[in-house]
Design a protein around this ligand. Structure first.
Ligand SMILES: Nc1ncnc2c1ncn2[C@@H]1O[C@H](COP(=O)(O)OP(=O)(O)OP(=O)(O)O)[C@@H](O)[C@H]1O
Ligand SMILES: [Mg+2]
Length: 455
């Protein structure tokens, strides 16, 4: 996509363009609502992500905001005035490309303007400009069947942008694309937005991909299901924090992951716990531990975890989950659990249906055992609040010893008894390997590894 070179500083949010007030939606009288009291505002210069599980009503909300569906209760305000009928401010890019197979790229794009009173010459010019902007130059006369998925979705973008909508809605626009194409398009869209190359004042994107939300949005609304509602609203990252594996980014991803994987818990509390957390070193000197909730450690052994990182490194740092399951002869859910554990620790990224080693994972794989343990130790302290708390407790205790039963009792404030037991086993397995503590099975004691910690 051609982008302009004027990279503007982040634009401060401006006036409210579109708002939902107390929106509820029932599809029939006798069922629970699909959307429960949604209040949200979309402001000028904002890129907002609606992130949530399948069936949480994200698409339904988008259709209501677009005026394609009536709310059962509450209202939608466009520039402060109640919306009746289709919302002329918005254009939508859908997951499925919905192109007309008998029309060329140019005709598919121009179609966006046929219902308007834009004169023909200007229609043509605007369609060509949108095609150029979106990187389809040279494909004007091609038919959809000649295009790859990524090119088809570019047509979808061009058709939405040609109307120069005040607000662009995107409903999972990248999820039907293969990983690399999705990543390319995401990057281009992000650049167009930050360069102000888009004829659009704000963007609302539906996704269930945490990374996508974090790398693109200024504000993230995390949705919950049954009924669909906003569980928590998060501020997005600053541009500098978005691209790489910055600590701020890992914290935000971690917080959102916790919210989504703990649908019954208080989202704001979870976020506070993960976002507000200070670096591990300082934290270990902080006040005594109070009862709190922990993220669950995946049920994955050290051998599986480190073996998986090394295997991925050996095959060129990435693989699709299905290929990996086949080649490693593992059941899909076992493999996914292992992959999620490596993701949790920052060794890999799961995107769509593939796993990619991060630079940290690539560094880890070829190291000698001792160096691997050191990296692993930092990774668990950076990413696992439970591990930090245990080390903190060990450091605070005069004898540097903790009883297994104390730890179990603590875990039982967050987990069922059986799950607490399992968490404990993983904790011991990982903590021993990381040389954070040793564990005496007979005495039932954890002892701080004083080589690495001198409290
Ligand atoms: N027209 C309809 N009639 C009845 N139920 C509907 C209708 N449209 C959506 N639903 C139901 O409303 C709920 C929310 O659907 P919606 O498509 O908005 O969710 P979503 O968050 O976009 O999910 P996904 O991530 O799978 O796209 C679902 O349970 C769905 O079955
Ligand atoms: Mg949807």
């Amino acid at each position: 996509m051609a982008t302009t070179s004027r990279a503007l500083a982040p634009k401060p949010p401006g006036t409210v363009l579109l708002a939902a007030e107390g929106v509820r939606k029932f599809f029939s009288n006798d069922t629970a609502p699909v959307l429960e009291r949604i209040d949200l505002e979309l402001r000028e210069n904002e890129f907002v992500a609606l992130l949530g599980p399948s069936g949480s009503g994200k698409s339904t909300l988008l259709r209501i905001l677009a005026g394609l569906l009536q709310p059962s209760e509450g209202r939608v305000l466009a520039h402060g005035a109640p919306l009746h009928g289709p919302n002329r401010q918005v254009a939508i890019v859908f997951q499925q490309f919905a192109l007309f197979p008998w029309l060329t790229v140019f005709q598919n794009v121009e179609l966006g303007l046929l219902a308007t009173d834009v004169p023909e010459a200007e229609r043509r010019e605007r369609a060509l400009r949108a095609i150029d902007l979106i990187g389809l130059d040279g494909f004007e006369e091609a038919f959809p069947k000649e295009l790859s998925g990524g090119m088809k979705q570019r047509v979808g973008f061009a058709r939405a942008l040609v109307v120069q909508p005040e607000i662009l809605f995107m409903d999972e626009p990248f999820s039907a694309l293969d990983v690399l194409t999705a990543e390319t398009l995401r990057g281009e869209l992000r650049d167009m937005w930050s360069d102000s190359a888009m004829p659009t004042k704000s963007v609302l994107m539906v996704t269930h991909n945490i990374d996508e939300a974090v790398s693109m949005a200024d504000r993230i609304l995390v949705f919950g299901a049954n009924p669909g509602r906003v569980r928590v609203e998060l501020k997005g990252l600053r541009a500098a924090e978005r691209r790489d594996k910055s600590p701020a980014r890992s914290r935000l991803v971690d917080a959102i992951y916790q919210v989504i994987t703990n649908p019954e818990e208080d989202a704001e509390q979870l976020v506070e716990q993960y976002i507000a957390r200070t670096p591990a070193r300082q934290r270990r000197k902080a006040e005594p531990m109070r009862p709190r909730r922990y993220q669950a450690l995946p049920d994955v052994s050290i051998d599986d975890l480190t073996g998986f990182v090394q295997y991925l490194w050996g095959i060129g740092n990435s693989g699709t989950l299905s290929d990996l399951a086949r080649d490693l002869q593992m059941r899909g859910e076992v493999l996914i659990r292992i992959a999620e554990a490596t993701d949790l620790l920052g060794f890999a990224d799961i995107q769509e249906r593939s796993v990619y080693l991060t630079p940290l994972g690539q560094r880890f794989a070829p190291l000698e055992l001792d160096a691997q343990k050191t990296l692993f130790r930092h990774a668990v302290l950076d990413h696992l609040s439970l591990m930090r708390e245990i080390v903190h407790r060990l450091e605070s205790s005069a004898t540097h010893v903790l009883l297994a039963e104390e730890v179990l009792a603590e875990l039982e404030t967050s987990f069922t008894r059986a799950e607490a037991r399992r968490q404990f086993e993983t904790l011991i397995d990982w903590g021993r390997y990381a040389e954070l503590f040793s564990y005496d099975d007979v005495e039932g004691e954890l002892r701080l590894d004083e080589e690495h910690f001198n409290a």
